[in-house]
Design a protein around this ligand. Sequence first.
Ligand code: ADP
Ligand code: MG
Ligand code: MG
Ligand code: MG
Length: 393
Amino acid sequence: MTLNHSNFELLSNETAITLAKKLGLVKTDATLKCREIGDGNLNYVFHITDTATKKGIIIKQAVPYAKVLGESWPLTLKRAAIEANALIHFKSYCPEFVPQVYYSDEQLAITIMEDLSHLKIARTGLIDGDKFPLLSKHIGEYVAKTAFYTSDLHLEPSAKKEVARNFTNPELCKITEVFVFTDPFFEELPGDYEVELTDAAKSIWNDQEVILEVAKLKQSFETEQEALLHGDLHTGSIFASDTETKIIDPEFAFYGPVGFDLGQYTANLLFQAVTRNPAGKEEIFTHLQEFWDTFEETYTSLWNTQNKSPFRQVNGYLSYVLTKFRKDAYGFAGCELIRRTIGLSHVADLNVIEDKETRIAAKTTTLKIGAFLIKKREELDVPAVIEALKQHT
Ligand code: ADP
Ligand code: MG
Ligand code: MG
Ligand code: MG
């Protein structure tokens, strides 16, 4: 379906307020303040607050191109509807971990949602040393529930295919296919890296074993339809506090391999593990273990109680599925580590390191660990990953 862009109009702080009033989402007689707070790459985010009650709402608006890639990379506005629908789907399975959607409009490409400003973006918090004691357990539970409830084990396979039809997301998938799975692995394709990393990058480009495994991982991303994924589950898509966790920004949602969500979160924890001192590393190792333990426990319990497949009790089937998720996840995690280091979109975890030598050392490590995860993904578990990290840092 092609959208008629003629009804699209980029909001301003003023028109955002007018819209919120028209929709009855704020009091018409209130004194309202609006600020564009989007730090993201693709969209605008308007934060409207009632200056008396301090209560707020968020209006997120997509624009017809990728903000960071420039107007030369046109991008469907349909992603706003995908995001709103995905939030609603995920909230039905994990109400505590997903913001409330108040309103969405496909023509304006907006999603109006719960204000989460009392929480902190997990990436920023982890960089600041926040402990977020429940974060990784919550994310493990969230991935297990969304992966299980949207799969063929819970939905009728024909119903699942209907859901998947509403989440065909070719343009956003293409961003991942190009920027995560392709460009970073070829010297001649676009990249963005510090010159001091050239040798480390070349050793990836010249490693045919890595390149072959990435081809397989990319194929799996392109062809498998295991579950409705978030599709962009890095720590910048998560709001957190000591007690609460909310997952935002599922505009990349599509039916894909479960390991992709698991792998992106894993990799983004590993950026922290690489950059921290030994005591700080241990905190991240705990996050990693809690994430995987909670994911596997939750998934297992859903399997045992709500799996509709006639094969559910066949010995070895659950462990086959969990093992596949794990192998995929470590491979995808490796791709994420590499693309955030030498590809077009970087992470603050590495770039905030001011001392050049320290930063280059950290980035060299993320490249090495990335290649290691990709090549060894069949045999890895959390202790093996921790061991490798300790050896490389
Ligand atoms: P993008 O898709 O452009 O990355 P995000 O959905 O990640 O956009 O939002 C970008 C930023 O806007 C977030 O990092 C956060 O600072 C702010 N933001 C987004 N959603 C909310 C929300 N519900 N409550 C408060 N702030 C939000
Ligand atoms: Mg974002
Ligand atoms: Mg390249
Ligand atoms: Mg986004």
